[in-house]
Ligand binder design. Sequence first.
Ligand code: ARG
Length: 457
Amino acid sequence: MWGGRFEAGPSAIMREINASIPFDKALWRQDIAASKAHVTMLGAQQIVSDADMQAILDGLDAVAAEYEADGVPEDWDLEDIHMTTESRLSELIGAAAGRLHTARSRNDQVATDFRLWVRDALEQADAGLEALQKALVSRAGEHAGSIMPGFTHLQTAQPVTLGHHLMAYYEMIARDRSRFADARARLNKCPLGSAALAGTGFPIDREMTAQALGFDAPTDNSLDAVSDRDFALDYLMAAAQCSLHLSRLAEEFIIWASQPFGFVRMPDTLSTGSSIMPQKKNPDAAELVRGHAGRIAGCLSALMMTMKGLPLAYSKDMQDDKPPVFEAAGLLALSIAAMTGMIADSTFRTDRMREAAELGYATATDLADWLVTQADIPFREAHHITGAAVKLAETRGCALDALPLADLQAIDARIDDRVYAALSVEASVAARCSHGGTAPDEVRKRVVQARQLLGME
Ligand code: ARG
């Protein structure tokens, strides 16, 4: 397409390094839509005739139909999706095809196509995350009162409820969704009409193309518009953060499904067996979600490195923007779907969770709190007394509430038999009724609120 200026064709290496069609063919729908919006505007502004506009529109529909039926052909000489489409268009409709590229460049074209693609990816991620939230909220409602050990340092800390634990992930996902929504709001301006870098002298109507493609407005600086990939980075940052959350949830399932824990039975549909050990049921889907988070963070880092230090305006480095975004989007969609299935279809072994909550002196803080509120002992001293009680229970190999009153009173005479009511795991969770606490009533309130926000009521 630049035969006038060059004497020799590109070497084989040049052809190969230059070609982005192997991956940017994924943009074909966006490329056709943006071209249709562009030529409709060129027609409306009488920059091309109505007849040519119509021929180009029909031709683009024909190319789209071919792509849909047979896929996008990969000819490295045509470099990318933009030249591939234009070349096919000119085969189909002849010389009029040459008018499509009036007042635009591949630089504003690719910036526009890619924004449209990322916008779809943002919307898909959001829809997937909404489904995940619904699954979390449903299971949390079922288990608002199911007691499990809460951990810090993965050591038993205080009893919590499974519903509370699941709702923690609801909160993380809510923040992810707000990050995707933020990214969408910033993304939604249309670069088309910025041309190569400086804008164009043709009397184009940028409002019209922006509107036709569902953007809020045209971008305001042509140099920025063709060289900005913040929207892709915003997407990857939100995706990376989200994948970190998913990896944490996946890790919990991996731990919970292990035999010593036995807190959860994962659905067969999301597990695999072992070819040698017949008893094994491996949490492969969860492990891959955990692993994918690393790859998604790698995609973010790849694009950051590509963009670092690039002068204005377009540089060919930016062609490398697409593979990491495509890769991350695929991995994220799969991860979200896998975790949604895991939440919805796992069997929680509440008996095992409760048993574990009874072990590990999870209600020691409740004893200390009881000493503060009922015996007016300063918390530091209460902490010390409780430590002695835990030590004694440990030596005896029994739970705190299995220590006879006489033994507790030998540690501190101010203890009386009302203390036992505070030492059960039920009493412990019920007492944690501060806003956002683990008390079953509090968890139920959060679940009701979440169900309303998600339109589940
Ligand atoms: N394939 C290119 C890309 O993805 C399209 C833009 C090419 N622009 C240029 N000036 N060579 O970035």
